[in-house]
Design a protein around this ligand. Structure first.
Ligand code: 13P
Length: 255
């Protein structure tokens, strides 16, 4: 049985004062809900603050992206080790905003996935199709290409390590991100099942263990239905993760 996972992606939001209020409210609000896992992915400058508030609370924290190299002359970049040094256990990779706005590719996401595994960071790989791709019936083709790039990059040793680290996949249809349009639970289930089958081509045991979470306008009001689908193992929450009450309600729906 897979444990549900709810990840808050703060994107480029927050400041020291509001973060403190938000995180303290989460700590109190989630203290009695221990049957799911929770993560907040905060902007890098606030990782230190997040660690000092969340350490030993059971809520984990992570980065929103990472560079594939260990160190070097890469101005503005952050290495996997820098994230683990700040206590991160997770990192988001291949988010559609990174792909669309910052021109990241399937191959670069795969390289960062590999580098994260080597640094003991659990990657959360985001996959999903745009509205045009969705309307053209290309959802499975796009998601398969995003998944297969990672599968092809991981050698057997790193794939085994990715299993140990409980790698996560997130289905985020781009047309549902920040738009208020959510995939129906049935639409999400269909793609999640497809993603699981894609992992099974590499390793059946991994496919049954891997958590596949849904992202795209997840709210308190639609979370329970989405999470009740057999292959939906929780959510990746953007806007609603900035509102403590709403995020807590979503986390409770995952219990
Ligand atoms: O991009 C997302 C999470 O990574 C989803 O964002 P919203 O929940 O704001 O639609």
């Amino acid at each position: 049985m897979r444990r549900n996972l709810v990840v808050g992606n703060w994107k480029m939001h927050g400041d020291i004062h509001s973060n403190e209020t938000l995180l303290n409210t989460l700590i109190t609000g989630l203290s009695d809900y221990k049957s799911a896992d929770y993560v907040v992915c905060v902007p890098n400058p606030y990782l230190h603050q997040t660690r000092s508030l969340l350490e030993n609370t059971g809520i984990a924290w992570g980065g929103q992206n990472v560079n594939q190299f260990e160190e070097g002359a890469f101005t503005g970049a952050v290495s996997p080790h820098m994230l683990t040094d700040l206590g991160c256990t997770y990192v988001l990779l291949g988010h559609s905003e990174r792909r669309v706005l910052f021109h990241e590719t399937n191959l670069s996401a795969a390289a960062r996935f590999d580098a994260s595994i080597k640094a003991n960071l659990t990657p959360i790989l985001c996959v999903g199709e745009t509205l045009a791709e969705h309307d053209a019936g290309l959802t499975e083709v796009i998601v398969a290409s995003q998944m297969d790039a990672v599968m092809a990059t991981l050698n057997d040793e790193n794939f085994a390590k990715a299993m140990e680290l409980n790698m996560v996949f997130a289905y985020e249809p781009v047309w549902a991100v920040g738009t208020g349009k959510t995939a129906t639970p049935e639409q999400a289930q269909e793609v999640h099942q497809f993603i699981r089958q894609r992992i099974a081509r590499r390793n059946a045991e991994a496919a049954s263990k891997v958590r596949i979470i849904y992202g795209g306008s997840v709210k308190a009001q639609n979370a329970a239905k989405l999470f009740s689908m057999p292959d939906v193992d929780g959510g990746l929450v953007g806007g609603a993760s900035l509102n403590a009450e709403e995020f807590i309600a979503i986390c409770k729906a995952a219990n």
